[in-house]
Design a protein around this ligand. Sequence first.
Ligand code: M6R
Length: 596
Amino acid sequence: MCGIFAYSGPKSNAPETVFEGLKSLEYRGYDSWGVVTQPGESSLQPKSLVVKKRIGKIGTNNINELPSSHIAIGHTRWATHGKVTELNAHPHLSCDGKIAIVHNGIIENFVKLQADLRASGHKFVSETDSEVIAHLLEEERKTSDLPTALRNVFSKLKGLNAVIAMELNSDTLVATTNGSPLVIGIAKGEIYMASDPSALLPYTTEVIFLEDGVIAIWSENMLRFASTKTGKKLEPTSQQITWKAQSAEKGAFAHFMLKEMHEQAAIIRSIAKKAESNSNFDYKKLADRIKKARHCYLVGCGSSWFIARIAQYVFAKIGVLITPIVGSEFLEAAPALSKDDFLIVLSQSGETMDSIKPVKLAKKSGTGIGALVNVPGSSISRLADITLLIEAGPEKAVATTKAFTATLMHLLLVVKAMDEKLFSKLDFNKVAYGVERALSTAKTTQLDRLAKKFQNDEHLFCLGRGVSFPVAQEAALKVKEVSYLHAEGLAGGELKHGPLALITEGTPCVVLAPNDETYADAISGAMEMKARGGFIIGISPQTHQVFDEFIAVDDLGLGTIFLELAVVQYFGYALAIAKGLDPDMPRNLAKSVTVG
Ligand code: M6R
């Protein structure tokens, strides 16, 4: 969940380069941050690497006091072991201050390792599991060079970990991983390392995604790879990232979340265009596997799970039963997998540990795996048999918006590859236009006003029926995630089975009422809530007297869900802004949830 960035090369502003890299990775973790580099000539501590760490977001901090140097590594933290303190922030140093490490993952056996190191005289300054790596390296380094030391240390660590290390008076960077993402960015005479390819875009598009069990060694202007276990030389091939540097920047928008919502219309158009020309996307391959499967499972976490739930309704419309299961529950909820089953995993980041576990189980069981992911080269994209890159471009806001839309659209196109009829009236260009209208100034002004009205409320309910039920759940997730207002997404029919008890005078109730077979029931639900004092915000192509506030969306059949989504995404954003919160980096969360 943490962000890692490293540089070694001819630039003398390595700390600054790393600091900028950290800013672009901050969405991966923002409890605290730190940068380590070589001491300057005038350093008071010439025998030790120099570190700057701070708690909180990078914000307006700087690293002016760090000396110029040609090598540096940095880290943004999402705390697992130990509170959010400067001492617990990475990088961590060995006792002699000559070795520094940054780490992403969890060292399952750190207690034992720490006890052994303490017994042999090592002093720990943090409560983290990560610090053991620096001390273990210090021990190994007595008899081996840094790459060999890291290989030996890595063999002692249990769990899924990624590590980068450097040492005093050397330009050597070493990095290895098993199960945590690390990308090597290759440029002439210099090297970049990061936990996400989007952070490398300002410098290079040529990358190598470090495979599990591979160590990357940059030393004396040479990049080498070897097996972490055996030391045997390896030659992984590099690939080009097609993302543009600007797509990872905020541009004129106040927040990434706002920018990413506004990118949705263009993404819909682009996917529709490519789908029409039949280029790139593997809809048919996925459709064939679904048709042949004994059971097909759709797996995802958080918003990706709600996409799976929407897809379930859409597949049902063509008579296909697929089972959505939330990633973290899959092992317990799914029956034993077999070769005849097919599992499709949905993951923007491609790194969500709770979604990787079912994928690994499927691999063991010989079950076919399809994946819809956004980040090229990510773990899930490499594990799947068929990977469909959703091509939404880098998504930086913790709350997903454009990746949700892109994934959902691709899934609809998979359904279309199985049965054209359902889509005879669905015009994605109209959907794109409808999303633009849903995010027009007129609409966002209306939603800003509502957000101000409800910013101090404690609860918000969102009601949907049929395919709009999981949209209502996604709406609630968006609201709670960025505005910290307790929100629940409900199936309309469930109201009278309990939740109605929570509706009191003025409770905000969002009602999704598309012009489909669920409209009448959606209105009944609105009536029931209104009768208990609820303030009804109707999102619908047609108004109704039960609505206290009406947010009009175009009537686009199944395509209306994309417009509902755009409205509720913006509403969540507006609530966060009304409350003075940062919607891009909500408290306690991180973009890539790489721990299970
Ligand atoms: O990268 P993934 O799609 O696997 O992430 C899954 C969830 O962590 C993610 O959708 C999360 O719920 C979002 N922050 C919601 O906006």
